[in-house]
Ligand binder design. Structure first.
Ligand code: PBG
Length: 328
């Protein structure tokens, strides 16, 4: 083939940065990120998380400065995780009106009324055994757990949460939360359901961050088998019917096909959780000089969006604006 015969040349649209941007299909914007934030009950302003360089547990006072920092970087949505002093078998600190999350909600809403405040509604951080529900013997009980989740969700709404995000993978959790919120006058509080949550090794670093490692067994009796895709659709449709406003898929990177499949079937916004292990892998490789961290971060996040995520929950949220500006 001679040059003259070559009419179709895709490279025309790759000639320079301006034309490449002009035809770019997927764009990252800080507006579509949610930053996870850990608050602990002690006085230590920040406690380092060894397995997640750059991520901290903050005290109630110090967390405000962190949120101010996030706002400067155009991150206006956060998801809060609490590390309580007291763990027991009924997760009482999860729904205590003086609990860590409830106090944090009030403080944050007072200081930053415009920040969108999501609460993770799970019990594992509040249970001495680290499981996401009420345990009998070695079983995690579904229906008794729903009562605790319900109380927790209402107490989170009372203290200022805009969005309730149940992550315990109990059957019926969205329906009971919707009912309880409505009965208590919180019709406007939304539910972002961890509808499609796999039993994943990529949560390892989070469990150090949130001090929530199960003390026996694993979470396979409630979180999904990574081998299953049709089950993901079933979970997503169930939660849509039960009244979820946003459907989450978690983790993100090893589950892009799932994000894409769920997006096809569900008409609600899709959130993807770019989890702790995905963060730590990139951080570790970048610290060793094995990959260009910033470029890898953007490539990973754009992949998650391209797969169909409308919203990304990521520990990199705080860095997005800087990375986007520096790489221009
Ligand atoms: C609570 C919860 C977990 C994560 C979010 N909420 C841990 C788990 O299910 O073990 C993981 C988040 C991450 O790894 O970044 N159940």
């Amino acid at each position: 083939m001679t040059n003259m015969d070559l009419k179709l040349r895709s490279r025309r649209l790759r000639k320079n940065e301006v034309i490449r941007s002009l035809v770019q299909e997927t764009v990252l914007s800080p507006a579509q990120f949610i930053a996870p934030v850990f608050v602990h009950e002690g006085n230590e302003p920040e406690i380092k998380i060894n397995s997640m360089p750059g991520i901290y547990q903050f005290s109630l006072d110090r967390v405000l400065k962190h949120i101010e920092e996030l706002c400067k970087n155009e991150i206006k949505s956060i998801i809060l995780f609490g590390i309580p002093n007291l763990k027991d078998k009924e997760a009482t600190s999860a729904f205590n009106e003086r609990g860590i999350i409830q106090r944090a909600n009030k403080k944050i809403k007072e200081a930053f009324p415009d920040v969108l405040l999501v609460n993770d509604t799970c019990l594992c951080e509040y249970m001495e055994h680290g499981h996401c529900g009420i345990v009998l013997g070695d079983e995690v009980l579904n229906d008794p757990t729903l009562d605790v989740i319900k109380k927790t969700a209402v107490s989170q709404a009372v203290s200022g949460a805009d969005i309730i995000a149940p992550s315990g993978m109990m059957d019926g959790m969205v329906a009971v939360i919707r009912n309880a919120l409505d009965q208590n006058g919180f019709q406007d509080v939304a539910i972002m359901s961890y509808a499609v949550k796999y039993a994943s090794a990529f949560y390892g670093p989070f469990r150090e961050a949130a001090e929530s490692t199960p003390q026996f067994g694993d979470r396979k009796s409630y979180q999904m088998n990574p081998a299953n895709k049709r089950e993901a659709i079933c979970e997503a449709l169930t939660d849509e019917k039960e009244g979820a406003d946003i459907i989450m898929v978690k983790p993100a990177m090893p589950y892009l096909d799932i994000i894409s499949a769920v997006k096809e079937k569900v008409n609600l916004p899709i959130a993807a959780y770019n989890v702790s292990g995905e963060y730590s892998m990139i951080k570790a490789a970048a610290q060793n000089g094995w990959i260009d961290g910033n470029k890898a971060i953007l490539e990973m996040l754009i992949g998650i969006k391209r797969a169909g995520a409308d919203i990304i929950i990521s520990y990199f949220a705080k860095d997005i604006l800087k990375i986007l500006n520096n790489l221009k």
